[in-house]
Design a protein around this ligand. Structure first.
Ligand code: PBG
Length: 333
């Protein structure tokens, strides 16, 4: 068939002919308000320790984190996800619920200085335990699910006491959302929301994060509590359980190798705001390729972030948030 005989519905190139029609015809887009910016927090003052495997990312003391926050807010990013990297670790991760640690102090400072900002805190033990696992261990070295729940609840309450509006349990312990919800309610924090890391996979893409947070397990791996890559139906069951336990928002993590899970989660649980975590390895591999001149940083990042949105994520947690928001602003001017 010659092309002139093609009916209109088989003609796509008119939809792509100019930047204007491409924009008018866009099914989805990034506006910068979907981003959540993660930060690694350390104690002390004036500290900014760069993370070699994550270009442009540093562990920040509270005062430095406030500088970063100001920049993010100026670009329209108003949600922050905080991770703590303590100076001292122990077997139970007891610094996780200390009011004097970096996360608690930074949340307090953020709420005091920037009333419009939202503090989301990661609730997990792996950054605080000397063995690097996400919970308390039994005598034979297994992560003890039920003994870990009260520790996670204490950490979440300490974050809420500091002023966190959202707590995000990421330990993948069964019943963690219910335990945290009950503890928050008992301590006068009924309005604090829970973002469940509902479908969190045992992923090789967390490598650079574990450098940043110094949280690599000292033995074994996380496959006895994080999900296997093969599982999609189980991810839906995890999300359903989190919602039943009181999760206000749900998450799929990582994002890129799990876009099918994001799409299915949005389809199956359309009433819940869905977060996707564009994790550290997804960040670092793009930087590494761009540094070699093999791909273009900006175009690759925006393509990846848009694919996560198109898959169905309402919100994207990304170390690229600040750069992407700058690029998006620049593009629309
Ligand atoms: C804590 C936690 C991890 C990440 C977020 N929360 C590490 C892990 O589970 O090992 C990874 C985030 C990233 O790679 O950017 N459990």
């Amino acid at each position: 068939m010659s092309s002139s005989a093609l009916p209109d519905f088989q003609r796509f190139r008119p939809l792509r002919s100019t930047a204007e029609v491409r924009w008018l015809n866009a099914e989805t887009g990034l506006d910068g308000t979907e981003f959540v910016y993660p930060m690694f927090l350390i104690n002390g003052e004036n500290r900014r320790e760069s993370v070699p495997s994550m270009p442009g990312i540093a562990r920040l003391s509270t005062d430095e984190a406030m500088r970063e926050t100001e920049l993010a807010l100026s670009l329209g990013i108003d949600r922050f996800l905080f991770f703590g990297v303590p100076d001292e670790k122990d077997a139970t991760g007891s610094k996780a619920w200390s009011p004097d640690e970096a996360v608690q102090r930074t949340v307090f400072e953020l709420r005091r200085r920037f009333p419009a900002a939202v503090a989301i805190t990661d609730v997990c033990m792996c950054e605080y335990t000397d063995h690097g696992h996400c919970g308390k261990l039994t005598d034979n070295g297994e992560v003890d699910n039920d003994a870990t729940l009260p520790l996670l609840a204490s950490a979440a309450v300490s974050h809420a006491d500091a002023g966190a509006q959202v707590v995000a349990p990421s330990a993948m312990m069964d019943g963690q959302v219910a335990a945290i919800r009950a503890a928050l309610n008992d301590t006068g924090h009924k309005n604090v929301k829970i973002l469940g890391y509902s479908a969190k996979y045992a992923s090789a893409f967390y490598g650079p994060f574990r450098d940043a947070a110094d949280s690599t397990p000292s033995f074994g791996d996380r496959r006895s509590y994080q999900m296997a890559t093969s599982q999609q139906i189980e991810a839906m069951n995890e999300i359903e359980a989190d919602i039943a336990e009181g999760a206000d928002y749900i998450m799929v993590k990582p994002a890129l190798a799990y876009l099918d899970v994001i799409t299915r989660a949005k389809g199956q649980f359309p009433e819940r705001p869905l977060y996707a975590y564009n994790v550290s390895g997804e960040f670092s591999m793009i930087h590494a390729a761009a540094a070699n001149g093999w791909i273009d940083l900006k175009n690759t990042v925006l393509e990846v972030l848009l694919s996560i949105k198109r898959a169905g994520a309402d919100n994207i947690i990304s170390y690229f948030s600040i750069d992407a928001a700058k690029w998006i602003k620049g593009d629309s001017q």
